[in-house]
Each structure stands twice: as C-alpha cells, then as structure tokens.
Design a protein around this ligand. Structure first.
Ligand code: HH2
Length: 289
C-alpha cells in the first residue's frame, strides 16, 4: 500500500490495488457505549455494519472503526479483549460487503492484528505507535497504512498536558519525530499519514491555532488527516446547537481541504463530502476560458 504525491493531487494505493483519491472523507464508526458524539448508537453489530454501509453510500472513502472512546473528558481505558469483542463482529459482518477500505482506530497491536486479519487496510493510532511497542513492528510487517496522531498522555489524562509555548511548532516537531521513528522501525514513508490531533491534549485555542497552521503542516511531506467533527473547540466557538455544530464542522473541513489536507474524519459523511467537493473545486479552478 502506497501514498503517492502528485503535483496537485494525492492518492493512496492499497496493496490490493484499490486507490483512495485525496481529498477524501473518513466516516467514523464508534462501537462504544461512551463515545462523545455517537456513543451507544452502534453497539449492535448489525446496526454498526448498516451504518458503515450508509456512510459508504454517502461518499466516505474510508470507514474508521473504533472500540475504545478517547474523548477529552472522562474516557476510560479498556482491555484489548473488550475492544476486540466490540469491533470483531462488525468487521466480520462487513467482510465482502464494504467496498471502501476499513481503518481500525486503536492503540493496541492485538486489536490491530485482528482487524488486519479481518481485512482492515489502515491503522489509525491516536498514540502515534507509542502506546504499544508491538504496534510499529506490526505496521512494518503487514505493510499497512498508518495514521500517526499527535497526543500527549493517554485517553484518560491527555487534557492535563494541554500546555504549549507554540502549539504548531511543538506538534510539527513531535509528528516528524514520530514519523522518523516509524520509518526507523521499518514503516515505509509512503504509508504514513500525519494528524495534528485536534482536541487531544489541546485546549480550544490550541486546536484553532493548529487549523491556522495547516498550510504549513501540509508541507511536511506526508498526507495530513484532520478530525474536527463535533469536537469541543467547535462547540465552544458556535454554541451547543447540533445544527450549528454540524455546519461549523463542514466549514472547518472546507478550510482544511483548502489548506491542503488529504483526509477529513467525520461523523456526518454527507455534509463533509459536500464541503470537500466545494473546497476541491475552488482549489482546482483556474478561471480560464
Ligand atoms: N478523534 C477521535 C478519535 N480518533 N483519530 C484520528 N486520527 N484523529 C482524530 O481527530 C480522532 C481520532 C475522537 O472522536 P470520536 O471518535 O468521535 O470520539 P471517541 O474517541 O469518544 O470515540
């Protein structure tokens, strides 16, 4: 599986020949009782699989399945067995039914291994391969794409570490160091995607500053993924009305794509697809003719 940069467009080629064209939308499927936005809605594997297929039909290019909540306040860490119990039945139901690639949102190699065996093509590790020392060798051996996200601490305590002198500088330095370590462990650079980790060990002002710094982060040489969907900094900015939060999420996604971001991770796929289409059309228009 390879990530190829062209002059204007990027694409990601999977081992089986499937190609994800950037910019694209990653749909979130949380198989958890406690995720901040959709917790409890998709605990039934049948309902979860249906939702994955709905997101695919709405235009998602990747489905990101997670069995552990990492939300900023009050997430509790769970054992790998419990995570596997949640995601394995969903992966099984989706086998042969979902055309778009599956990404597994986990920090644990045992969970990632089971997901890869069940057909997942991407590992989305919010600890950037730090939480589990078996993760980097697994990614290297299985030649899958990996998302390295910036965070400090773990799901239960990351907000304690939300202090920065210059958040963009520090996140950039950390992400490039994590990418270097992954490459040293045998991961091909062409299989690495970086993510500034909005809301993870970040106060709202830090997430906003990172969004402002996206043009710079997009020059690091790796595709950038951004997960702004329904996060606290959006809520703090526009208020708690769900419709306003959804519109603001779409606005953030359009701005991110305009800045050069490759993938936006969202709960509402349809509005993100529209935002991505609009931003990409503006970006590629030349005004001639
Ligand atoms: N955000 C969440 C979870 N995983 N992965 C990446 N790469 N980037 C993100 O921004 C990101 C992520 C948190 O959102 P959500 O999955 O909706 O909530 P929860 O962690 O509570 O399940």
């Amino acid at each position: 599986m390879e990530v190829t940069a062209h002059r204007r467009r990027y694409s990601l080629r999977l081992g089986d020949g499937r190609i994800i064209r950037f910019p694209s939308v990653m749909g979130v499927l949380n198989v958890t009782p406690d995720s901040f936005s959709d917790g409890g809605r998709y605990l039934d594997p049948r309902r979860a699989a249906e939702h994955a297929l709905e997101m695919e039909a709405a235009g998602a290019a990747i489905i990101d399945i997670g069995g552990e909540s990492t939300r900023p306040h009050g997430a509790c860490e769970i054992p790998a067995e419990m995570e596997i119990e949640r995601v394995a039945p969903v992966l099984k139901r989706l086998a042969g039914r979902l055309r778009v690639p599956i990404s597994i949102d986990t920090r644990k190699a045992a969970v990632a291994r089971i997901a890869l065996d069940a057909g997942a093509a991407i590992i989305n590790d919010v600890s950037a391969l730090e939480a589990d020392s078996a993760m980097a060798p697994l990614v290297a051996a299985r030649k899958c794409v990996v998302v390295l996200m910036h965070m400090r601490g773990g799901p239960a305590d990351h907000m304690k570490f939300a202090r920065y002198r210059d958040v963009a500088d520090e996140v950039e330095a950390r992400l490039t160091a994590r990418a270097r370590d992954a490459i040293r462990a045998g991961v091909a650079p062409s299989r690495i995607i970086l993510d500034p980790g909005l809301g993870f060990a970040k106060q709202p002002r830090h997430s906003l500053a990172l969004l402002r710094a996206l043009p710079r982060l997009c020059t690091l040489g790796y595709p950038i993924l951004v997960g702004a969907s329904r996060k606290g900094f959006v809520r703090v900015t526009v208020g708690g009305d769900p419709a306003a939060i959804e519109s603001a999420t779409a606005a953030v996604n359009a701005i991110a794509i305009a800045a050069g971001v490759a993938v936006v991770r969202v709960h509402d796929v349809a509005s993100a697809v529209a935002a991505v289409k609009m931003a990409a059309a503006i970006k590629s228009s030349n005004g001639g003719g």
